[in-house]
Design a protein around this ligand. Structure first.
Ligand code: PGA
Length: 260
């Protein structure tokens, strides 16, 4: 896997935005459209800020971009400010020329008996759009990617996981308490792309910033491949994965990483 370490979160986010811009231009040039897998949370906010800036400067158009987000709380209404649909609208969709019908998120309003079918349908849409050109990822303190939480599954089973409904891990709930006001207030379930869905992307860009991510980053990059630390499963598609880190998130790594 390629590991790039930047001075601070701003520089890492800027590099992630530049990478997304390059992927969009190349895919649109080659196939007439680009398919991006997007992430939410605190980490990518700056990335979206830079993408909006590139758009405002006339250097990046989203006209031919199709987006699929990683995950969404369940159940949740799209207009709830804590929904990831709202997050994406606030940080990106309302500020660039993305066509609304080309922005996809898992639907937190699907009645429970139809959740499995909705998740299967999401997989079909991605496949019909030609697969993801690039998947942007964050990493949880417990090593989750999307809401693929640590588990006791075998590596083989974990690598086969598709889009589905999940219970949030206690660490994830604790971290989400920021937005929900308390741990008890956190919506305890979510819909998430699976590990197999994520690993199917032609390129994967994991962005991690802050010292609180250092341990998960170290384990994901250099620890054993295990479903107990879902980000470690990225090692199975290593040539397609780039980690962009700030100094703090890289602080547990030895200094063999590439510094741009
Ligand atoms: P964060 O979440 O960006 O809010 O730290 C990352 C993640 O849980 O994937």
């Amino acid at each position: 896997m390629t590991v790039l370490v930047f001075d601070d979160a701003g520089a890492a986010s800027r590099a992630a935005a530049d990478k997304i811009q390059a992927v969009v231009k190349e895919a649109v040039g080659q196939r007439g459209r680009a398919v991006l897998g997007l992430a939410t949370g605190a980490t990518p906010e700056k990335v979206y800020g830079y993408l909006v800036r590139l758009h405002t400067l006339g250097e990046l158009s989203f006209h031919d971009v199709i987006t699929y987000n990683l995950d969404e709380y369940y159940p949740i209404q799209p207009l709830d400010p804590k929904s990831y649909r709202s997050y994406m609208y606030r940080h990106l969709f309302s500020k660039v020329d993305l066509q609304p019908q080309r922005t996809h998120l898992l639907d937190g309003t699907v009645p429970e008996p139809f959740v499995d079918e909705h998740c299967a349908e999401y997989e079909r849409w991605i496949a019909e759009d030609g697969g993801l050109d690039l998947q942007l990822l964050g990493i949880g303190r417990n090593g989750h990617i999307g809401f693929n939480e640590p588990s006791d599954r075998s590596v083989e089973e974990a690598l086969a996981l598709r889009t589905r409904i999940m219970e949030l891990h206690p660490v994830t709930r604790a971290d989400a308490a920021r937005e929900f006001g308390s741990v008890e207030g956190v919506i305890p379930r979510a819909l998430t792309m699976g590990i197999a869905t994520i690993l199917g992307a032609r390129e994967i860009l994991l962005l991690a910033t802050g010292a609180h991510k250092a341990e998960a980053v170290k384990l994901g990059l250099t620890g054993p491949v295990t479903a107990k630390l879902p980000a470690s499963l990225l090692q199975s598609v290593a040539p397609r994965v780039t980690w962009m880190l700030d100094q703090a998130a890289a602080s547990d790594l030895d200094r063999t990483a590439d510094t741009p």
